[in-house]
Ligand binder design. Sequence first.
Ligand SMILES: [Zn+2]
Length: 53
Amino acid sequence: MEKEHCERCGRKLRSEKSRELGFGPVCYAKEQAEKTLVQDEPENGLREEVNQS
Ligand SMILES: [Zn+2]
């Protein structure tokens, strides 16, 4: 489902790509950065197994 406004700052999303993501390009970059930070904290005790072969 496409969003009309940025989930983060609430600005109207102009590009189709942004609507698909739900964020403007700047906010999307911030979201990605936060995701990376959060990876260190185990969430609900779940951890994704990474193939290290
Ligand atoms: Zn935004």
